[in-house]
Ligand binder design. Structure first.
Ligand code: FES
Length: 157
């Protein structure tokens, strides 16, 4: 069973006040739930949000399954999201992901054994002119090569 902290609950209620429709508050509410549940969303998080927001779970699930920025399982300290859409794909995204996984001895969406990294593939992040690129937290890293991407990860402790 998952319960929002009193601070998290208050933040969700504040989001509800900001919008005319409750549905619009689902995106930020999911972020709050994800943050409070160690970085990923479970059915219990959806249930809790549904209870606090007083909207059906199905409405929250719709949003959750549509967007890729919510995690379905536990991720490493650094969640490395590599774009795999057209420009990035044509400019070597696949090789980049392959290199990172090989160097870190992991697979896509599987957390490294030291808990530091999860490499994921995501849809276009809107930075197609500087492909290939990846996002870690709220930062974009662009014009990557497999080696430069790995060098970046080596600097992250
Ligand atoms: S195709 Fe990769 S950022 Fe748009």
């Amino acid at each position: 069973m998952f319960q929002l902290s009193s601070e998290g609950k208050q933040q969700v209620l504040n989001e509800l006040k900001r919008y005319e429709s409750k549905q619009s508050a689902v995106l930020p509410a999911l972020y709050i739930g994800q943050r409070e549940n160690k970085g990923f969303i479970t059915p219990a998080v959806i249930q809790e949000l549904s209870r606090v927001m007083e909207i059906p779970e199905s409405q929250i699930n719709e949003v959750f399954t549509f967007y890729t920025m919510y995690n379905k399982k536990n991720v490493g300290k650094y969640h490395v999201q590599v774009c795999r859409t057209l420009s990035c794909m044509l400019n070597g995204a696949e090789e980049l992901v392959g290199h990172l996984c090989e160097q870190l001895n992991t697979r896509v969406d599987q957390m490294t054994t030291d808990g530091r990294f999860t490499i994921s593939e995501v849809e276009c992040l809107g930075s197609c002119g500087t492909a290939p690129m990846m996002q870690i937290g709220d930062k974009y890293f662009e014009n990557l090569t497999p080696e430069s991407a790995m060098n970046l990860l080596r600097t992250m402790k």
